[in-house]
Write a protein that binds this ligand. Sequence first.
Ligand SMILES: N[C@@H](CCC(=O)N[C@@H](CS)C(=O)NCC(=O)O)C(=O)O
Length: 204
Amino acid sequence: MIDLYAAATSNGMRARIALEECGLPYTLHPIDLAKGEHKTAAFLAMNPNGQIPVIVDHDGPGGKPVTLSQSTAILLYCAEKSGKFMPKDAATRAAALQGLMSASTDITPIFGCLFGVLRSKEPHAPSAQMFKDRLRGFFQVWEDTLAKKKCCAGDEVTVADLSLYAGYARVKGSAPELVDGLPNLARWAGEMGSRPAMQRALKF
Ligand SMILES: N[C@@H](CCC(=O)N[C@@H](CS)C(=O)NCC(=O)O)C(=O)O
């Protein structure tokens, strides 16, 4: 059994999507960021950065417990543990890793920056616009990719799709203008969003 400590952010969603899609049994422990539940001594013992998500796999490698933070590390850990979502073909695997990093290290952090600016007491409009333009640019590239491919790295759903959907869902929910008007991205999102595991994962 795995314990998941998360909130309904794109990083939290990425970890929960990983567990649901990989079919790994887990217990969700919702973390209220507004109440600072991620800064308690017990939480900091799991992740000294004081950030969600965190998983504790009580049956990790060699039967020993593993505590893991970083949503993309959690996604890759779940993929490896379940043997799912990592293509066997080396070229497709490389494309999947590239897509994974686009979603996890470009889209999600820039969205975090945009959200931080918009929530600040005196939002700096040029900074907000810069982050919006960058996000739209990343989604436009995905639009072009998904015009040629069914999924992020080809015909099969990979870790790239799981990571990108976490970022997409969060942006669609709070700044839909950044993903609207991109028909191939919308087609892909419709397919990903209709997956039962995805629907379970996003219900926080
Ligand atoms: N790179 C980390 C980022 C984790 C992260 O930024 N978590 C945010 C929520 S999405 C958080 O816990 N923020 C609270 C804080 O930093 O105090 C990951 O992918 O998991």
